[in-house]
Ligand binder design. Structure first.
Ligand code: ATP
Length: 637
C-alpha cells in the first residue's frame, strides 16, 4: 500500500471553507438562490414524508395479506400507485432543480474566480511566482465538485436527520417495550428496536469506517495519477510537431506508460481495499434484511404485533439504520469536498497575494507604473509624449532577498529573486527608434515586461505618456483560436475593422495568400509558420496604430530582406510612433537612431553599481548559475 496515502487527505479548514462558500448566499443572486434552496429542501422533506407514507402502507398491505382481505388488498395496491406516482414526480422535480441550483452557484463562483484571476493580471503573477499550481483545474474541476458536493452533502445530511427523527418516533411507537430478567431483576426496555437499530448502525459504521478509511487517500491519489496521465497526453498532442521532428515518440510512450503504471498500481490497492469494503458492506446489508425481523419476532410470535406491524418495524428499522450511516456513506465525499475547498482556498490566497503585491508597489519596493501627463517638453515636429523609466532595477521573481540587501532595501516584500541590472534611467520620446541589445539572458525581455507594467519584480518608476497607445510584440505572438480575422484583430473580440482593411494589412505584410482564409477558423498557431506568425503580428501593429511599439526579437524568424520590408512598412505606416526593438541581428540596427546596450556591471562600475555588485556577489556565491549583473547604458547611435 502506498506510504503517502495518509498524507494526502489535506487539512480540515471548516471555517475557511465556510468563508469560501458563504459569499454566494449573500450575493446579488441570493434571492433566487435562497428561493431555489428552499424549494429543493421542501422537495427533500417531501421525499421523507413519502417514505413515512410508504412505511404506513407496509402495515396496511401486509395486514390485508395476513387477513386474506382481497378488497383491502386492492385498496392498498391503489394507494401504492398514488405513493409511487408522488415519489416519481417529486424525485424528477427535485433532481432538476437541484442541478439548476448547482449550476447557478457554480456559475457565480466561476465568474468570481475568473474575474479575480484575470484582474490585475493575477494569472500572470501566479505563474511567474508559482504560488498556485494548475489554476485551470481548480477553477473548472474544484469549483464544480465543491458546489455539487456542498449541496448533495448538506441535503443528504438534512434528509438523514429528518428521516431519523421521523422513523425513530415510528419505530419507538410500534416496536413497544421488551422485558427480560437480568440478575434476578425484571428489566423493561421501552422502544427496544430503536436501541437495537442504534447499536446495529454504530457497529456497522465503526467496522465500515475501519475497513474503508484507506480508500479515501487511494481515491485522492487516483485522481492525481489520472490527472498526471491526462496532462502527459495533452502535452504530447500540443507538442506533436516538436516530438515528431526529434523522433521522440518512443520516449514519450515510455513516459506515458510510466504514468499509466502509477494509475494501475494505485488501482490495484483500490481493488484490494474495495474487496474488503464490499465484503463488509454486503454482509452488513444482507444481515440487515433479516436482523430486525429476528429481533422483533419474539413479540410477533407472542401475538403482540401483527404481520403488518412486523413489516412496518422492518422498514422503519432500515430507514433509521440508513440515516445513521450517513457519515460513513459520505466519508469519501466529505474528504473530497474538503480537498476541493483547500485547493480553491490556496488559489484564492495566491490571488489575494498578487492583489496585495500589486497594491504595495511603490517604486522602492516593486516597479511602479503610472500614467503621466505631458512628460516631455514639446519638441518641434513631434508630439509632447515620452515614456520615462527612472531608477529602474530589474529582478527576477523568486524568494525574498535577505533583509538589508543594499540593492532593494530592507522593506522588500514583493518576492524578488535575482537582481539583473544596476539602476538606470531611460527616456523614449515620441517618434524615436531605439535598439536594445545585450547578451542572451541579460534581462532585455524583462525590461519590456517592466515597461509594460506586468513585471513588478525590482524597483523604480515607469511613466507612460497619458493617452498614448503602447503595443508589445513578443518573438512568438499569442494567436487565439478562431478565425484568422480574430487572430489579426486580437486582443479585440470579433472584427473591429472592416474586411477591406484586414485584407489590405495582410497584403502589406506579405500574407496575401491568406486573404481568402480570413474567415476560416483554425488552430492558427499550428498552421502558420513562425515567420508568418511574426508578419501577422506586424499586421496587428498596423491595425492598432500604437504610439509606442515594442518589438522583442519580433523579426527573428524572418529572412533579412523580409525583415527590412517589415521595418520599412512600420516607418511608412507609423511615422510618428516610437519603436523600441530588442534584436541580436546587426541588420536591425540601421532602422534605429538610439541604442540601449546591456554591459556587464564590472565593465561599467559606478557608485551605485559597486553596492549592487556586493549584493550580487554574495547571491552568486550561493547560486553559481545566477545571471551576470548587467548595466544598461545609452550609447551613441
Ligand atoms: N519568470 C521567471 N522566473 C525566473 N527567472 C526568470 C523569469 N523570467 C526570466 N527569468 C530570468 O531572467 C533573466 C533575463 O531573462 P530575459 O528573458 O529578459 O533575457 P533576454 O535578455 O531577453 O534573453 P534573450 O536574448 O536570450 O532573449 C534570465 O536569466 C531568465 O532566466
Amino acid at each position: 500500500m502506498p506510504a503517502t496515502v495518509g498524507d494526502l487527505r489535506g487539512r480540515l479548514r471548516l471555517a475557511d471553507s465556510w468563508a469560501l462558500l458563504k459569499p454566494y448566499w449573500v450575493s446579488e443572486d441570493r434571492k433566487a438562490a435562497l428561493g431555489l434552496l428552499a424549494f429543493v429542501v421542501a422537495l427533500n422533506l417531501a421525499v421523507v414524508a413519502i417514505n413515512v407514507w410508504l412505511n404506513n402502507w407496509n402495515r396496511v398491505f401486509y395486514n390485508a395479506l395476513e387477513a386474506k382481505d382481497f378488497p383491502a388488498f386492492k385498496t392498498a395496491l391503489a394507494q401504492f400507485c398514488a405513493i409511487a406516482a408522488a415519489f416519481i414526480v417529486v424525485a424528477v422535480v427535485k433532481q432538476f432543480y437541484t442541478m439548476r441550483l448547482q449550476m447557478r452557484w457554480r456559475t457565480w463562483m466561476t465568474n468570481r474566480f475568473l474575474a479575480r484571476w484575470t484582474a490585475h493580471q493575477a494569472y500572470y503573477r501566479i505563474e511567474q511566482s508559482r504560488s498556485a499550481d494548475n489554476p485551470d483545474q481548480r477553477i473548472s474541476e474544484d469549483i464544480r465538485s465543491l458546489t455539487t458536493d456542498s449541496l448533495s452533502l448538506s441535503l443528504g445530511l438534512l434528509n438523514s436527520v429528518v428521516t431519523l427523527l421521523s422513523f425513530i418516533t415510528i419505530l419507538w411507537t410500534i416496536s413497544g417495550p421488551i422485558s427480560f430478567a437480568l440478575a434476578g431483576h425484571a428489566v423493561t426496555v421501552p422502544g427496544y428496536m430503536v436501541w437495537v437499530a442504534l447499536l446495529y448502525a454504530a457497529a456497522g459504521s465503526w467496522i465500515t469506517h475501519r475497513v474503508g478509511k484507506p480508500l479515501i487517500g487511494l481515491y485522492f491519489q487516483q485522481e492525481q495519477t489520472e490527472a498526471g496521465f491526462r496532462f502527459g497526453l495533452v502535452r504530447l498532442r500540443e507538442n506533436a510537431e516538436g516530438v515528431a521532428l526529434y523522433g521522440g515518440e518512443g520516449t514519450e510512450a515510455g513516459v506515458l506508460k510510466d504514468r499509466f503504471t502509477l494509475i494501475r498500481h494505485n488501482w490495484h490497492w483500490l481493488m484490494v481495499y474495495m474487496r474488503r469494503l464490499v465484503f463488509v458492506n454486503s454482509g452488513y446489508g444482507q444481515i440487515a434484511i433479516v436482523f430486525p425481523l429476528i429481533v422483533a419476532a419474539p413479540r410477533y410470535f407472542a401475538g403482540k404485533i401483527t404481520l403488518g406491524g412486523l413489516m412496518q418495524i422492518n422498514s422503519a428499522f432500515g430507514q433509521v439504520q440508513g440515516a445513521l450511516s450517513w457519515f460513513v456513506d459520505s466519508y469519501a465525499s466529505l474528504v473530497n469536498w474538503q480537498a476541493s475547498s483547500n485547493r480553491l482556498l490556496d488559489l484564492q490566497d495566491a490571488i489575494e497575494r498578487a492583489e496585495r503585491d500589486e497594491a504595495a508597489r511603490d517604486g522602492a519596493n516593486g516597479i511602479v507604473v503610472t500614467q503621466g501627463g505631458a512628460a516631455a517638453p514639446p519638441q518641434s515636429g513631434s508630439a509632447p509624449l515620452a515614456l520615462l523609466a527612472q531608477g529602474l532595477v530589474l529582478a527576477t521573481p523568486g524568494e525574498l532577498l535577505p533583509p538589508g540587501s543594499p540593492a532593494l532595501g530592507d522593506d522588500t516584500t514583493a518576492g524578488h529573486g535575482q537582481i539583473l541590472t544596476t539602476p538606470f534611467d531611460l527616456r523614449v520620446n515620441a517618434g524615436e527608434r531605439w535598439l536594445v541589445s545585450g547578451p542572451s539572458g541579460s534581462g532585455k525581455s524583462v525590461l519590456f515586461r517592466a515597461l509594460s507594467g506586468i513585471w513588478p519584480y525590482g524597483r523604480g518608476h515607469v511613466q507612460h505618456p497619458a493617452g498614448a497607445r503602447l503595443l508589445f510584440l513578443p518573438q512568438k505572438s499569442y494567436l487565439p483560436s478562431g478565425t484568422l480575422a480574430d487572430a489579426l484583430c486580437y486582443p479585440a473580440r470579433g472584427h473591429t475593422q472592416d474586411a477591406a482593411a484586414l485584407r489590405g494589412v495582410l497584403v502589406a505584410c506579405r500574407l496575401g495568400a491568406l486573404v481568402e482564409r480570413l474567415e476560416t477558423a483554425d488552430n492558427w498557431s499550428l498552421r502558420l509558420s513562425p515567420g508568418e506568425q511574426q508578419r501577422l503580428a506586424f499586421g496587428r501593429a498596423l491595425l492598432q496604430q500604437p504610439d509606442f511599439l515594442f518589438l522583442d526579437e519580433a523579426t527573428s524568424a524572418l529572412d533579412e530582406e523580409t525583415e527590412a520590408a517589415m521595418y520599412a512598412l512600420l516607418v511608412e505606416r507609423l511615422p510618428h510612433a516610437a519603436i523600441v526593438s530588442i534584436a541580436h541581428r546587426s541588420t536591425v540596427a540601421r532602422w534605429h537612431g538610439h541604442h540601449l546596450r546591456y554591459e556587464r556591471a564590472e565593465a561599467a562600475r559606478g557608485a551605485a553599481g559597486a553596492t549592487l555588485d556586493t549584493a550580487t556577489a554574495s547571491h552568486k556565491a550561493a547560486e553559481p548559475w545566477a545571471a551576470q549583473l548587467m548595466r544598461p547604458v545609452v550609447v551613441a547611435g
